[in-house]
Ligand binder design. Structure first.
Ligand SMILES: O=C(O)c1ccccc1N[C@@H]1O[C@H](COP(=O)(O)O)[C@@H](O)[C@H]1O
Length: 247
């Protein structure tokens, strides 16, 4: 049974790892990286600032340009907080390695588009340790580092719902890394199409954006991933946590 949405919007500061560095991309495009140094130091800084979650992405694994598995494991093991791990988790071996880090849950992207039978199987096996990332341009899903179309958002959502998927991480690629504000309409539409919790990703630029997302908690938005705005120091994580607690 789905728990009714209530309470405070969860904030998930993001650490995306490319070639051993914490980076932010624009629209998820390879080559658009701005580097922010050590992923471990970034993660520890968000933890010290009061984060309850870390959203940790192995971008090389997502793009198919290698992986940062040892580093991602080191970061996850160093955290006392919950970790949502994603990037390149596409088969039994990569899922087992991800879960063995002790992360709280994993986020599957490409696999949900390309190997739906496997995803249905692991949802059945692992329940709410599995979330699915719905990374969209318009209403078209994108996989393989957001370079390939992967079907219709709402058809895929209906299929995953019928298979018991516990949670969705919804990213508007057009907004990601742009500091242009989240796509609230997309989030409202996804929440209307599923009774499962939704984690919003992409575009957060200000405390007002976070307050707007907190206003969608009754609709089903459970959390928000915050990346560029924190690294660009648009606000601090402490300010963000305070802002959403007050809504
Ligand atoms: O987070 C990003 O900026 C990003 C950019 C380009 C591709 C993927 C990105 N992130 C996350 O990676 C996983 C998907 O990985 P996979 O398809 O399962 O290998 C998903 O969480 C994306 O949101």
């Amino acid at each position: 049974m789905t728990v009714p949405p209530s309470g405070t919007l969860e904030l998930l500061p993001a650490v995306d790892v490319r070639d051993g560095q914490a980076v932010r991309l624009v629209h998820g495009e390879s080559g658009s990286e701005t580097s922010y140094g050590s992923p471990l130091q970034a993660a520890l800084a968000w933890q010290r600032a009061g984060a309850e979650w870390l959203h940790l992405v192995d971008l090389d694994a997502a793009f198919g340009t290698g992986d940062n598995r040892a580093l991602v494991r080191e970061v996850t093991e160093a955290m006392d907080i919950k970790v949502e791990l994603s990037g390149g988790i596409r088969d039994d071996a990569t899922l087992a390695a991800a879960l063995a880090t002790g992360c709280t849950r994993v986020n599957l992207g490409t696999a949900a588009l390309e190997t739906p039978e496997w995803v249905a199987k692991v949802i059945a096996e692992h329940g709410d340790k599995i979330a699915v990332g719905l990374d969209v341009r318009g209403t078209t899903l994108r996989g393989r580092g957001w370079t390939r179309d992967g079907g219709d958002l709402y058809e895929t959502l209906a299929r995953l719902d019928s298979e018991g998927c516990a949670r969705y991480v919804v990213t508007d690629i057009a907004k990601d890394g742009t500091l242009q504000g989240p796509n609230l309409e997309l989030l409202r539409n996804v929440c209307a199409a599923t009774d499962k919790p939704v984690v919003a990703s992409g575009g957060v630029s200000s405390l007002d954006d976070l307050r707007a997302l907190a206003g969608l908690v009754p609709a089903g938005v459970e959390g928000a991933i915050v990346g560029k705005a924190l690294y660009a120091k648009a606000f601090t994580l402490e300010e963000a946590l305070e802002a959403v607690a007050a809504v």
